[in-house]
Write a protein that binds this ligand. Structure first.
Ligand code: NAD
Length: 360
């Protein structure tokens, strides 16, 4: 088989620091499993704006189109706050998602038992938590037209359009049902069907799809209730599927259940399974350049890339096991260190994972 192409986009803030650790782990995995990879690096976000005046330069987009999987760090920071809206770092990521058709965002929220104390919820509510939020990423109110701010009769008003086509709903629904089949076979679709027509149709489509997945138990929940249930009893869920706006909010809420945003990976997939993999957190400008960021979310994102885009489930499992072993050995970066635990630097945490991956 020809070499798989991996593109690395470190981005801004802590992005380059955490991505370097993921590349270290990738190199170790490539040696241990005799994998054949072509690795490229490109600029994105504020770093690309500084170098090329564009947060998603053409050569970055081209390399992204050619890649089987993209490992993405994080973008943004106060330094680019005053840049015109279209050139802001975040636009680079939004455009990348839409240019590549990355419509399915997978955000697992799992609580590593070693870190149960880090959650703000009681250990008995969250221990063993393992849920997956599937968020539609390229449609809905974030992209709907028309949109804008207008002035009429001396007063401004602002408007956005909430729209989903049947085919957009169907394709994200299928991704969620397929994933539920590989897990506990329970899918909860989150909507606001009592108020919004868009989600009334969403509910209808999910019910139609359910006929093709008789083994999956499909339930529906209003988004306000889902937000409540996630903190009341999160373990009732297996897979949740929802649109772009609700998914944005619920996935951050679910992330916080686990205590550290530095632990959570994510995947954004296209129709063919190619994907962009990134930690759930941002560029953490408050700690950038200090070498103290937690690289595990990015390393776990690499594991997801192995599983979902590169067809290497054994490698994915080995990387996840190495992260668990590192945690078992007491390795903690500052964000997950308990009182009296000496925190490791970013690179030392990467080294620890590599050493377990190599079976040292
Ligand atoms: P953030 O996730 O960057 O940081 C929130 C807090 O969590 C900070 O205290 C930070 O130090 C901490 N944190 C985050 N990641 C960590 C890690 N790996 N290890 C240890 N601690 C970590 O969110 P923010 O402060 O709201 O945003 C900062 C910048 O990131 C903004 O410019 C925002 O637009 C951008 N952002 C980018 C992405 C992305 O690249 N996908 C996502 C969210 C925010």
């Amino acid at each position: 088989m020809s070499a798989r192409r991996l593109l690395v986009l470190p981005g801004d803030g802590i992005g380059p620091e955490i991505v370097d650790e993921a590349v270290k782990v990738l190199d170790a995995a490539a040696t241990a499993f005799e994998l054949d990879f072509e690795l490229e690096r490109r600029l994105v976000g504020g770093a690309a704006y500084d170098a090329a005046g564009d947060p998603l330069p053409e050569d970055t987009l081209e390399a992204a189109r050619a890649a089987d999987a993209i490992i993405f760090g994080s973008i943004g920071g106060p330094r680019w706050d005053d840049v015109e809206r279209d050139k802001r770092p975040e636009r680079g990521l939004l455009r990348l998602r839409s240019e590549l058709g990355l419509f399915a965002n997978l955000r697992p929220a799992m609580l590593f038992p070693q870190l149960a104390g880090a959650s703000s919820l009681k250990a008995e509510v969250v221990s063993g938590l393992d849920i997956l939020i599937v968020r539609e990423l390229t449609g809905g109110i974030y992209f709907g037209e028309p949109r804008g701010i207008r002035e009429e009769n001396g007063e401004r008003s602002a408007y956005n359009t909430y729209v989903y086509s049947e085919s957009e709903m169907r394709r994200i629904g299928r991704v969620a049902f397929d994933l539920a089949m590989k897990r506990d076979k329970r899918l909860c679709s989150v909507d606001k069907a009592n108020v919004l027509e868009v989600t009334e149709l969403w509910r209808e489509i999910m019910d139609e799809l359910a006929a093709d997945y008789p083994e999956v138990e499909l339930t529906h929940m209003y988004v306000d209730n889902a937000a409540m249930q996630l903190v009341r009893d999160p373990r009732q869920f297996d897979v949740l599927v929802t649109g772009n706006l609700f998914g944005d909010i619920l996935s951050d809420e679910a992330a916080m259940l686990t205590g550290s945003i530095g632990m959570l990976p994510s995947a954004s997939l296209d129709q063919s399974g190619r994907g962009l993999y990134e930690p759930c957190h941002g560029s953490a400008p408050d700690i950038a350049g200090q070498g103290v960021a937690n690289p595990l979310a990015t390393i776990l994102s690499l594991a997801m890339a192995m599983r979902y885009s590169l067809n290497q489930p054994d490698v994915a499992q080995a990387i996840e096991a190495a992260v668990e072993a590192a945690l078992d050995s007491g390795a903690r970066t500052a964000d997950i260190a308990g009182a009296g635990e000496a925190p490791l630097a970013t690179s030392a945490m990467g080294d620890r994972v590599v050493s377990f991956l190599q079976g040292d």
